[in-house]
Design a protein around this ligand. Structure first.
Ligand SMILES: [Zn+2]
Length: 498
């Protein structure tokens, strides 16, 4: 990919490598200095929360939207964490999760392996070897890049079938959240058999029903549980689309704690995966509400911490920022109107999958713009008449034109892929009407988006509990993994597996 872009890109990469080497040099000095400090404190219970795509703007906007501090912002230790990958400045979830899980900087899409494809041990595997129980929870599929990087070692995140088998072989005690993407190997060249059958043979109780899930009790053995409704890509639904039939991220976290609690302690990783997916689609309402649920899941861990403050560490970080979310927008100047976000009633996903699908079925491809206006008002709160000075949800003429133009594109069924640079900037490959509606509403609220992908800004890392002070300051994502190793009582260095 880089070759095509020629010398300039190679020079840029070379500069990045120099910068990366310099950063590594600084980190080594820090680690040497730490050798002289008092013995490392260790924790019996370690929680590792990862907000996928949760950068500083996501945290700031969610807090402003709620009108209060998040639990994670009140933690005593706060750090700034760089996220770059080995071979690209703007990282992806696989490379970043590998860094966070193992302390190893690696390439884009690599899972649990170094740039030479050698497997590296993860903090979850270290905890398991120590006799602790281990749990992995994610709101997206449980074989997605972030959770996979704690138990699998494969050259690309897309090897879902191999990852599913690694899950079945992991020996970990609790998996919960989203489903599996390729247990039977439909997309694999060399299918390994049914990973779910293997998981059953290896002692996992497989659950996809809320009542059965809630009835789980310690002593029921190993668990692989997912929410019954998997909305997109085998992921749990967006928080704003959930009903009381769905299992929430805090409920998965609470049950994981109940099932993992034992005399030898546990390690629990919880990922808020759809914070990222909503940011890719530039949907602030969906992202912020998922961030609230993520913070509520942390609160469940804080309740546990309050009962075991001298034996527990909770670490919270993001793997990277996503969407280039900015807390401020040219159209609103200095104003912030985050209450407008509440006018949106469904996620972008539900609006395009369900509302617009029904609209097309009922009205046909030649439906008029007038016909869709009531749906826009119902689901996004945006109004086509009234005084825009008195009511911020009233659309200005230029905003109506943007929406009309996107609607016409949507109705002609044109796929807005990256082949046209102009339409890519407008719609990012998403359903044109839906992404335009979130843009208009988010902009009115005073939020701006600059990308449909991740960005390179650093993230916040927060911690409370045993040795949490080691998470103060500024450090790299690989250091997060090494610091957790130290708190587990292991040597804080990358460990290759054979
Ligand atoms: Zn992403």
């Amino acid at each position: 990919m880089f070759k095509k872009k020629g010398v300039q890109m190679r020079m840029f990469i070379a500069m990045l490598m120099v910068a990366a080497t310099m950063m590594t040099g600084c980190a080594q000095e820090q680690r040497q200095a730490k050798a002289a400090t008092p013995p490392q404190q260790t924790a019996k219970y370690v929680f590792f929360f990862i907000g996928d795509g949760m950068g500083i703007p996501q945290r700031t906007a969610t807090s402003a939207f709620l009108g209060r501090e998040l639990c994670i912002d009140k933690m005593p230790a706060q750090g700034i964490t760089t996220t770059y990958a080995n071979d690209r400045f703007i990282t992806g979830s696989a490379a970043s999760a590998t860094a966070l899980a193992s302390g190893q900087k690696t390439n884009i899409n690599y899972i649990g392996v170094d740039p030479n494809l050698k497997a590296v041990k993860t903090v979850a595997e270290i905890a398991k070897q120590q006799g602790k129980k281990v749990g992995i929870v994610s709101s997206v599929s449980i074989d997605h890049a972030t959770p996979a990087a704690f138990y699998a070692h494969v050259k690309t995140r897309k090897m879902y079938h191999e990852i599913d088998h690694a899950l079945a072989d992991s020996g970990f005690d609790f998996f919960g959240g989203g489903g599996l993407k390729d247990p039977t190997g439909k997309k694999s060249k060399k299918p390994l058999g049914d990973a779910l059958e293997k998981a059953k043979k290896n002692g996992y109780k497989i659950i996809d029903d809320k009542a059965d899930f809630m009835a789980l009790k310690p002593g029921d053995g190993k668990v692989l549980a997912w929410n019954n409704w998997l909305q997109d890509g085998k992921a749990m639904p967006y928080v704003m689309d959930m009903t009381n039939k769905d299992i929430t991220l805090p409920e998965f976290t609470s049950k994981a704690i109940e099932m993992l609690d034992n005399d030898k302690g546990f390690f629990l990783m919880v990922e808020g995966g759809k914070i990222d997916w909503a940011c890719h689609a530039n949907d602030a309402a969906a992202s912020l509400k998922n961030t609230v649920a993520f913070d509520d899941a942390v609160k469940i861990a804080l309740d546990f911490y309050n009962k075991h403050p001298k034996e527990t560490l909770i670490v919270v970080t993001g793997d990277h920022e996503c969407g280039g979310l900015t807390v401020g927008f040219a159209g609103t100047q200095y104003a912030s109107n985050y209450d407008l976000i509440s006018a949106q009633k469904v996620s972008f996903q539900k609006f395009s999958d369900e509302v617009m699908k029904r609209f097309r079925a009922e009205n046909g491809d030649k439906a008029s713009f007038a016909a869709v206006k009531p749906l826009i008002t119902k689901y996004f709160g945006l109004k086509f008449s009234g005084d825009s000075k008195a009511d911020k949800l009233v659309l200005k003429p230029f905003e109506v034109e943007m929406i009309r133009s996107a609607f016409e594109r949507s109705m002609t069924g044109q796929k807005e892929e990256s082949s046209s640079p102009e339409t890519y900037l407008l719609y990012g490959g998403y359903e044109p009407l839906t992404v335009t509606l979130t843009h208009v509403l988010n902009n009115k609220a005073g939020l701006g988006w600059t990308s449909y992908k991740h960005t390179g800004v650093p993230v916040s890392t927060s911690a409370i509990g045993v040795a949490s002070e080691t998470f103060n300051g500024s450090y790299d994502n690989t250091d997060v993994g090494l610091k957790i190793m130290a708190v587990l009582g292991a040597e804080p260095k990358v460990q290759h597996i054979n």
